[in-house]
Design a protein around this ligand. Structure first.
Ligand code: C5P
Length: 217
């Protein structure tokens, strides 16, 4: 693997998406939001009436996903689904679909293909452990469930959506538990990952830290 890869894994709403996108922009690297692929696979299943228990049908569909990334937008079957795939309903269903080994297998090559020159920043749950085990820099971001729920709450309120902090905290914890306890590619830090608790940090300081690690590798 000659293409430089930075992996940023962590639990839901740990800020990895924001940080990964900023680091990618600052280094001129490509960016892979792997969660968006799992979300899209789930959204497509719901849209096409595929049962979330039908592993074979879910995997077949995931293998044929052909998402178009247009800047910040994700287009699917001619529709901008960027907002739809981030609804709480899709988030929760996604962690069920993502636990299915056949679905993960079906998305493996699609994710690996994002590693193109001059480099890639990939965020998710298993970027450093499974998809890019030879990545040059691996980061694992954490923050307390409350802090993460508060960040998500702020986002929702800013978008003018209704939000309930206690419900958000519970949903995040349930999703993390499922992601951590699944058999295949569970959420965990690679042994060679830098672990950073961002509970008390702002975005700029986290980005700075990751860039420092990159420069001093
Ligand atoms: O990162 P994001 O919150 O968008 O991911 C949504 C869900 O997709 C996660 O809760 C997890 O179940 C799944 N996921 C995964 N592996 C990844 C990225 C996301 O299982 N690499």
């Amino acid at each position: 693997q000659d293409i430089p890869v930075i992996t940023i894994d962590g639990p839901a709403a740990s800020g990895k998406g924001t940080i990964a996108a900023r680091v990618a922009r600052s280094l001129g690297f490509h960016y892979l939001d792997s969660g968006a692929l799992y979300r899209l696979a789930t959204f497509a299943a719901l849209k096409h009436g595929i049962s979330l228990d039908d592993a074979a049908a879910l995997a077949a569909q995931a293998a044929n996903l052909d998402p178009v990334f247009d800047g910040e937008k994700i287009l699917f079957e001619g529709e901008d689904v960027s907002t739809a795939i981030r609804s709480e309903a899709v988030s929760s269903a996604t962690s069920q679909v993502a636990a299915i080994p056949e679905v993960r297998e079906a998305l493996f090559n699609l994710q690996r293909r994002f590693a193109r020159a001059p480099g890639l920043v990939a965020d998710g749950r298993d970027m450093g452990t499974v998809i890019f085990p030879k990545a040059e820099l691996k980061v694992f971001l954490t923050a307390t469930a409350r802090v993460r729920a508060e960040r998500r709450y702020k986002q929702l309120v800013e978008r003018g959506e209704a939000a309930d902090l206690d419900a958000l905290t519970r949903d995040l914890e349930a999703r993390d538990k499922r992601d951590r306890e699944r058999e295949t590619a569970p959420l965990r830090a690679a042994i060679d990952a830098y672990i950073l608790d961002t509970s008390e940090m702002d975005i700029e300081s986290v980005e700075k830290k990751v860039l420092e690690w990159w420069q001093s590798r």
